[in-house]
Structures are given as C-alpha cells and as structure tokens.
Write a protein that binds this ligand. Structure first.
Ligand code: FAD
Ligand code: DLZ
Ligand code: SF4
Length: 508
C-alpha cells in the first residue's frame, strides 16, 4: 500500500527520519506551501520567502534522487490551505491510506496531525544531538535544569573540544572572556549574501502580493536557500567571523547588525545544516589555529548547549509551556515593536534591523527588546507571538523557551535562575546606542531619564515577593533599599509615567 511522506517547510534534510522510512518505489512525498502555516502568526515576509524558496529547491533535490514529489505552490488553485487538507487531497489522488511524518517542532501541528482523519505516524526528529528520552533522563530528579550541566554532557557525548575526559583548554566555559565592547571602527565582514535566482524571484513576487501586510522588508533578499549555499555561508563565517565571535558576542553597534555572529540559525532550523557538522567545522578552526578557544567554545556551547537544551525543555514541559505567565504581566505590546515611533535609540535600532533582516542577534533580543518588554510588564503571550513572527529562525520549539522562559521569566524559572533585567547602564556598556538617544542613560529620574533606568526598579519593586529572596538578586534589592525613600518614590513615579504613556499609546 502506498503512503504519503510529509516533509514540512522546516524539515528540508535529506536524511530526515520520514524519508529514511519511506520507499521511493511506492510512496509519494507531499510538500505544500499553505496559507495556514504562513499566517497562524503573521510571519516576516523574508521568513516566508526563505521557507518557500528552500522548499521548492529541496523538492527538486528529492525528485533528482528518485522520489515522486507532490508539491503544492501557494497559488495553486487546488491548494487546500492547510497541511492536513493537503494530505487528505493527496491521499485521495494517490489512494494512500497512511501518512509518515517526522515530528513537527510545534505542539500545534503535532496536535493537528495526530488528530487528522487519516492514519498518521510521527517519527522522532533525530536531527538533534539529544533525543527526547535522553533529555528526560538528564532532567529526571534534578531540582534545577541548568543548561551548563546539560552542555557538559553534550560535550562528553559528542567528544567536541574534549581532550580525553577533560575539556580542551582546561575549562568548560570561557564566557568571562566574551564580554568586550566593540570599537566603532570594527571590521566585521557580516554574512555571505546570495543573489536571488529565478526560483527565489518567483517566490519573492508571490510573497510580495500575498503577504504585503506582514511586518518587515522582503527586499533585498539574500538568504541561502539550498544546502550548498548554506554550507558556503557556514564556511564564510568560520573563516571571517568565528575568530572574533567570542570577544564581541555581547556587543551591539548601531551600524553593524551582524558583527561576528554566524547568521546560520535559519539554515539550521529549516534543516539545510546539521548541528554536529557546524560544530565540527568550528572545532577544526580551533585545531587548525584559525580561531581561539574562547570563540570556538562559546559558539559550540550555543549549539550543543543552548539549542539542544531549549528544545529539550519545550518538549519536556508540554503544550501549555508557551502560555505561561507566572508574573501575571498583561500590558499590550507597544507600537514601537512594529516600527512605531520611539525616542529610545536601542529599541529603534533593534526593531528596524529586525524589520530589515528578519534577524537580530542574541543580546538585542534578550537585553533590548526582551528586557524592555519584561520590565514594562508586557503580556508574555504577545511578546512570544512577536518573536515568532519577526525572526527568520523562529519556530516554536526554539522560540518559546527563549522568550517565555529565558527572556520573560514567564515560566517561573524553569530556564533562568533570575530574570534578565537591566537598567540602561548595561546597554550603554555593550553598545553605541545611547549617544544617539533622545533619553540620557546617566539620568536616573526626571524628564529625559532613560526609561530602562526607572522601569528596572519598578520591575524589582512590583515583583519583590517573588525575587527578593533570590540569592542571585540580593545585591539588586540591597541597592534599592539603600536608596533614600524620596528617591525611590520619584523613581517609581517616573516609571509609572512611562507606563501610563505606553497604556495611552503615546510615544515613549
Ligand atoms: P550566533 O550568535 O552566531 O550563534 C550560533 C548558533 O547558536 C545560532 O545559529 C543558534 O542556532 C544557536 N543558538 C545561540 N543561542 C541560542 C539559544 N538561546 N537558543 C537556541 N539556539 C541558540 N534562536 C532561534 O534559533 N530561533 C528563535 O526563535 C530564537 N528566539 C530567541 C528569542 C529570544 C528572546 C532570545 C534571547 C534568543 C532567541 N534565539 C532564537 C537565540 C539566538 O538569539 C539566536 O539563535 C541567534 O541570534 C541566531 O543568530 P546567529 O545564527 O547569528 O547566532
Ligand atoms: C513557518 C512555515 C511557513 C511560513 N510556511 C510553511 C508552509 O507553507 N508549509 C510547510 O510545510 N511549513 C511551513 N512552515 C513551517 C511550519 O510552520 C513548521 O513546520 C511548524 O511550525 C513546526 O515547526
Ligand atoms: Fe536605550 Fe536608554 Fe541608552 Fe536610550 S539611553 S539607547 S533608551 S539604554
């Protein structure tokens, strides 16, 4: 009996478990560009274009490899508009009575497929280093699920940067070397950019007409859309940017969106690159003497540590995880997240780079847009939807733990041992934003004070019951309590004034 092998837009890997299970002589691969997936949140046009173009090219790879592929383009007149609708349509056409699929990276779609009115088997997604079972075994019985210990196990498992049983360079983690501010004249090459070919050109024209109301700029479009291009982009990063990755990992510059970051997360997350091959390429740069240990260890930790860890948490915690809101924050996401006017130079830079590239690097996501949402009391579900929409690398298995957990502390501390909040001083130390800002970072209160400065204390004050006993936050609360009472009152009043402006939809 023939079967349908469903390949989703973020499953573009030749060694996918569903393809390994399939039989080229009897089964049909189903791939479909569908409105449901492109609009369940209003994804950035660049993200939709990346996925559609890479899907079309991957379908050709499969056909060249002997597969029969039933591919549906978004504007095909028969398009059923949803993944399950397309499966049912193809089942009727081919007579297939069964679907095989690699587990999707989102509970929403897992739920749809497991309740589809056709027998559907989900296979493990083994494009990761740790299986669900391994993560569960690691988590079992632990009081706190801290990434660092999981990461060490992944180092031991993969043998990456290991010298026998010991970590290369004598340390597991070189983060203390990775907090340099970037000089203004820094020479960063940025990512490799690809000219759109005819297939991408067709997709761009389609996205331009169908998703013109979505936030973000479609052109210029330069993402890699094939595995060969993604490998070239990786090679370019290893040669040109990896050596500086560690030193400037946390730095932010107004005119340098990418600095020494890899810009490979979209390729990893849609399956054009695998995590192990990426880390092995970085490790080779260390053994060849091209990149220092602090850069290579830091980079590898992001992938076999953070990336694997957040996936583990997403599946361990279950479908309700993404909806958590333990701090009960309810404010609406301000218009500045959609490009609305703001005097805050850091927010403006992070949001406009996001609109331009469907990309912002980790510290912009965590310490600018994330930090502001958290201290301003924004509803984490709205914050999470924003991140899922605007970044080309955002799929819920990786987005939700990073946003709901790491950035918004809405999971109550499953991921982070304390909330990532800071005043303007941190942003000033790590960036060149403040010098072009309408606010003054050195000013703590009064007209023109940096909103991060007042909202930071407001956050700590309003969540005192939860955080004042946290040993990692003792210093913050001691500083707050040492401030004289009038000053504290003024800080809180000024913060309230900022919040009132946000609530009234006024420019902050
Ligand atoms: P680099 O800085 O060069 O890092 C190399 C690789 O490490 C990345 O490509 C990525 O695959 C991996 N990585 C680094 N940090 C993380 C992390 N915290 N979690 C998972 N993988 C990581 N990453 C996503 O892939 N998708 C998301 O939707 C996403 N949302 C985020 C939301 C917030 C609030 C925060 C703080 C982080 C988020 N991240 C997300 C993690 C990180 O910001 C991006 O992976 C990174 O910016 C991608 O750019 P890069 O390839 O240049 O990464
Ligand atoms: C994100 C996305 C988009 C925009 N479009 C499609 C699509 O048309 N067809 C498809 O198969 N997949 C798409 N995807 C990726 C899915 O949304 C993704 O597989 C789930 O979110 C699970 O990670
Ligand atoms: Fe951001 Fe405050 Fe600096 Fe302005 S002064 S850029 S709001 S941190």
């Amino acid at each position: 009996m023939s079967r349908l092998i469903l390949v989703l837009g973020d499953q573009l890997s030749e060694k996918l478990s569903a393809l390994r299970e399939g039989d080229r002589t009897t089964d049909t691969v189903v791939m479909a560009e569908v409105k449901d997936e492109a609009t369940y949140v209003r994804h950035h046009p660049k993200k939709i274009a990346l996925i559609f173009s890479a899907m079309r090219k991957f379908a050709s790879v499969l056909e060249d490899d002997g597969w029969l592929v039933a591919y549906t383009q978004l504007d095909d007149t028969e398009n059923a508009g949803s993944i399950v609708g397309e499966l049912l349509r193809r089942a009727e056409q081919t007579g297939a009575a069964e679907v095989i699929c690699t587990e999707p990276g989102e509970w929403r779609l897992i739920n749809k497929l497991t309740h589809a009115p056709i027998k559907t088997t989900l296979l493990p997604d083994d494009r990761f280093i740790a299986s669900h079972g391994e993560f569960e075994a690691w988590a079992d019985g632990r009081k706190a699920l801290r990434m660092e210990y999981f990461y060490r196990d992944m180092r031991r498992k993969t043998g990456l940067l290991m010298e026998g049983d010991e970590p290369a360079g004598g340390q597991w983690n070189f983060d203390h070397d990775n907090r340099k501010r970037a000089p203004a004249d820094i020479d960063a090459k940025g990512p490799l950019r690809f000219e759109p070919d005819n297939i991408t050109g067709d997709v761009l024209a389609l996205v331009e007409t169908q998703f013109d109301t979505h936030f973000g700029e479609l052109r210029p479009f330069w993402f890699a859309t094939t595995r060969a291009q993604a490998l070239e982009a990786l090679d370019h990063f290893i040669k040109h940017s990896l050596p500086g990755f560690g030193d400037y990992q946390d730095a932010m510059l107004h005119d340098e969106a990418f600095l020494f970051h890899a810009i490979i997360s979209p390729y990893l997350n849609i399956g054009l690159l695998g995590p192990l091959e990426v880390c092995q390429a970085a490790e080779k740069a260390y053994t060849d003497g091209i990149a220092p240990i602090n850069a290579v260890e830091g980079f590898i930790r992001q992938i076999i540590g953070w990336r694997e860890y957040v996936r583990g948490i997403y599946f361990l915690e279950g479908p309700e995880y993404a909806k958590r809101n333990v701090l009960k924050q309810t404010r609406d996401l301000p218009a500045m997240y959609w490009g609305g006017e703001t005097g805050m130079a850091c927010m403006k830079a992070a949001v406009s780079q996001t609109a331009q590239h469907a990309y912002a690097h980790h510290i912009q996501r965590l310490m600018v847009t994330g930090n502001f949402a958290l201290i301003a009391g924004i509803d984490p579900a709205q914050v999470s939807d924003w991140y899922l929409e605007v970044y080309a690398d955002a799929f819920e298995w990786v987005e939700a733990p990073n946003v709901v957990g790491m950035s918004q502390f809405a999971d109550g501390g499953v991921i982070a041992s304390k909330p990532y909040v800071s005043s303007g001083a941190y942003i000033n130390r790590m960036s060149d934003y403040c010098k072009g800002c309408a606010y003054k970072v050195s000013q703590k209160t009064g007209e023109g004070a940096c909103p991060f400065n007042t909202l930071y204390w407001h956050f700590l004050d309003r969540h005192r019951d939860r955080f004042s006993g946290n040993p990692r936050m003792g210093n913050m609360y001691r500083t707050w309590e040492r401030m004289d009472e009038d000053k504290r009152k003024t800080v809180l009043q000024d913060a309230e004034a900022v919040l009132a402006k946000l609530d009234a939809g006024e420019v902050v």
